[in-house]
Design a protein around this ligand. Sequence first.
Ligand SMILES: [Zn+2]
Length: 164
Amino acid sequence: MVVCKVAILGNDIDAQRGVKALWDTGAMCTCISTQLATELGLLPDDYGWVNGANNKPFRAPIYSVQLKMGHFVIPYLRVYGLPMDGQENDVIIGMDVMVKGDLSITNYEGKTVLSFREPSISRIDYVEDLRKYDQMHKVYMKSKNEKCPCGSRKKWINCHGKKS
Ligand SMILES: [Zn+2]
């Protein structure tokens, strides 16, 4: 759960109150609660069919908004209005926003960290990272005096081999 701000186009986004947002990789489009839409005074531009939680399609209002999360601002975004009664969040961040940057969820040392950056700045491949990690910690066990593959120019035994 993150805090974000939603505003009508042309309004000062920083003046809005923060609302809770849920990241949902299963959602194609970003949605806001119809309650929040009413509070902001949003009027629908259009209506579109969306699949509800019970897989029953229904017609939902579509609003044009600005959205801000941390320093990341989307100046124009089309969002669906959904009833979110009894939910903690007022926004569901969908894939349309997630593909604008890099999203990661890590659990290092038991601490879950969700991080998002925009624009995307590099490719992250955890499988490749693991392969490199394994190489540094295991493959060189036989040749302790060879240079460490991390590029430190130290012998493996005095670098990454120290810990393993
Ligand atoms: Zn090393």
